[in-house]
Design a protein around this ligand. Structure first.
Ligand SMILES: [Zn+2]
Length: 254
């Protein structure tokens, strides 16, 4: 019996076997007040168990078990914090605009350097706004070593797609985890792009039906997350180095 039919058999009702709460080592903790359907659980488990050679592991389940990362399905509805690096980017250009304004005086509007700075400032503001507007569907807590999914923040439509893609995205963050090596900080624009690329790569290599939906979803994002699809495009065109870069992003830091 294949692992898929095994999962299918158990998808009919709620948890029917004790080990369903402890899959091959990865602890799957669905909080009591969370309303997660059987098929939704099956989708997440299917992704965890799918054969995927990555970072020395043969599946996400194996990888997360080795890393001792727990998966928690939480009823919380937290809001997203805009990363410091994005806020600092806005502040930098805000200061530049002010500096040039005071240096150039009333003629600043016709100065190319001022015009450039203003364009960059507007770009940074737009990115910050887009970050703040993105719903927080999940997160990886490096201190608790927990992936948390927030179904109550997930749109009603395409719930399974969101649950699976968020789980895989957060699994990438768990893989990248450099705690307690905080000298190597989290750089949102790099890591979120890599996490999205890793998620798309996973769906592609495991022949997951959600690949096209996920790819289109990444492309439609207004933040740096969308560059994950650009990396995927390059990978698809034969640039195998990108996959190596993704896997060694963690190891190079240690
Ligand atoms: Zn992320």
């Amino acid at each position: 019996m294949s692992i898929w039919s095994d999962i299918q058999d158990r998808s009919v009702g709620d948890t029917v076997r004790k080990e369903d709460n402890n899959w091959c080592g990865l602890c799957f903790d669905v909080k009591d007040s969370v309303d997660l359907t059987g098929p939704e659980k099956v989708s997440i488990k299917g992704a965890a168990w799918a054969s995927f050679k990555f970072g020395g592991s043969s599946s996400l389940d194996k990888m997360l078990s080795t890393l001792r990362v727990k998966l928690v399905i939480s009823p919380d509805t937290p809001k997203r914090n805009v990363p410091d690096s994005i806020s600092e980017w806005v502040l930098y250009w805000e200061n530049e605009v002010e500096r040039l304004k005071s240096d150039l005086g009333s003629d600043c509007e016709n100065n190319p350097a001022y015009q450039d700075a203003k364009t960059e400032y507007e770009k940074a503001q737009k990115e910050k706004k887009a970050w703040a507007a993105m719903a927080l569907l999940g997160c990886y807590d490096r201190f608790c070593k927990e992936i948390r999914l927030f179904p109550n923040n997930i749109p009603k439509q395409n719930r399974k797609e969101y649950l699976v893609t968020t789980f895989v995205h957060e699994a990438m963050h768990a893989y990248f985890d450099r705690h307690p090596h905080e000298l190597f900080p989290y750089v949102g624009t790099v890591e979120e792009t890599f996490a999205e690329f890793g998620m798309l790569l996973f769906l592609k290599e495991t022949n997951n039906n959600y690949y096209k939906w996920a790819y289109d979803n990444v492309v439609s994002k207004e933040t740096c997350y969308r560059y994950g699809a650009v990396l995927m495009d390059r990978y698809e065109k034969g640039d195998a180095q990108i996959r190596q870069d993704l896997e060694s992003y963690k190891r190079k830091l240690f």
